[in-house]
Write a protein that binds this ligand. Structure first.
Ligand SMILES: Cc1cc2nc3c(=O)[nH]c(=O)nc-3n(C[C@H](O)[C@H](O)[C@H](O)COP(=O)(O)O)c2cc1C
Length: 369
């Protein structure tokens, strides 16, 4: 149990895991902050609580907004909520993806708590995706296990370098085991695979032409190193996998206005076309219902899938636009023979080398409510 003494004794100033990564144009810098090293500060969290939160914050989220916040009711009772300023109303008006991100955060928090010798029990309390309080957590002392911790630290979204070989059935079984997710897979070049590909491309074109979606994206891109370090969230050139000279150039010369330009929108579509030229398999995560618990469970399943995939050098790239643009989801379901609700569309493929994570996370103090 986290003791009261521990809780009050120290504070925390930073979260995350120290990982060195190459940011385009920035050279080698330290990208994820270090909870273990810097559990000091002014918010009155114990080192153990801070470490749990820093591990939890490694969860993936749409545009890396990290929409979660946490209310510490007592040492063994926390409540997870969300921060309106980190929602994405233009592409996610119903908070569906925000719930998925919260689910991923819950999954990461369980792993991180287990690493600290605690079982985190979760109860979804949200009445709807806009409820202030979403999940209640209670902790119970248990045996510690670091089994998933390394993979949690090393998983990331990977968009480039996916091989065109389909993911084999044994690996599909491996990566889905214990995730609790319902998935369907379609290999590249199958009739269904082609249909998904076309829907992803078309929906990206529509979204790139949509002013409000593009303006929202512009708000969440951190072009310069200064901006990355200031916000510690959002999409960096490295996170978008704009590397080499291009990465250096955009980090020095691009700003919000560039994202709104026609040429940037055209380049976005070109980049998507390029992504679609190499991958092995589409993995579709579904849920039979669309309520908060189902979405949170699907988000947790997605995180676990990512963790298991890291062990098999399988890259996962969510391509969410068909679920964000009107008319695509129903058509997709009909044409690929899925009756349930589609929650994630993942472009998947083996990679020769699984790259280090590059997307930053906010310090723990910024997620305490
Ligand atoms: C609900 C959800 C939707 C996402 N949609 C997309 C997407 O459409 N395109 C994309 O490139 N990445 C997508 N991502 C990946 C995030 O951008 C990524 O998780 C975030 O930038 C943090 O980076 P990391 O996963 O490498 O830690 C999505 C992630 C989540 C959880």
């Amino acid at each position: 149990m986290i003791t009261r003494k521990e809780l009050i004794r120290t504070g925390v100033s930073a979260a995350g895991v120290m990982l060195a990564g190459e940011v385009a144009g920035f050279g080698k810098i330290l990208l994820r902050s270090a909870a273990e090293e810097s559990c000091r500060g002014s918010i009155g969290l114990s080192g153990r609580a801070a470490r749990i939160l820093s591990g939890a914050s490694l969860a993936p989220s749409g545009h890396n907004t990290q929409p979660w916040d946490v209310k510490i009711i007592s040492e063994n009772e926390w409540v997870i909520g969300w921060d309106k300023s980190r929602a994405l109303p233009a592409v996610d008006p119903h908070n569906r993806e925000l719930m998925l991100s919260i689910g991923a955060f819950c999954g990461a928090l369980k792993i991180s708590a287990k690493n600290e010798g605690l079982d985190a029990r979760m109860a979804v309390t949200a009445k709807n995706p806009f409820s202030a309080d979403l999940v209640k957590i209670t902790f119970r002392e248990s045996e510690s296990s670091d089994y998933y911790m390394e993979a949690l630290r090393k998983r990331r979204t990977v968009k480039k370098g996916l091989l065109s070989q389909p993911i084999n059935n044994a690996d599909i079984s491996y990566i889905t085991s214990g995730t609790g997710t319902k998935i369907c897979t379609f290999n590249r070049g199958s009739r269904e695979g082609d249909f998904i590909e076309a829907a992803v491309l078309e929906s990206n074109k529509i979204q790139a032409a949509r002013g409000d979606a593009q303006a929202e994206l512009a708000e969440w891109i951190r072009w310069s190193r200064k901006d990355v370090m200031k916000h510690m969230n959002g999409l960096s050139p490295a996170g978008m996998e704009i590397g080499g000279f291009g990465g250096w150039y955009v980090s020095h010369f691009f700003d919000r206005e560039d994202v709104m330009s026609l040429s940037f929108r055209e380049q976005t579509v070109d980049m998507v076309e390029n992504f679609l030229s190499s991958y092995g398999t589409w993995i579709i995560i579904t849920s039979d219902r669309e309520d908060c618990k189902s979405l949170i469970d699907a988000g947790e399943g997605f995180l676990k899938l990512g963790i298991n995939s890291w062990r098999k050098k399988i890259a996962l790239h969510p391509m969410t636009q068909p679920l964000e643009e009107a008319g695509f989801s129903g058509n997709l379901k009909k044409n690929i023979g899925i009756e349930e609700n589609i929650q994630f569309i993942l472009r998947a493929g083996y990679v020769e080398e699984y790259p280090l994570p590059v997307s930053v996370r906010m310090p723990v103090e910024r997620i305490i409510r």
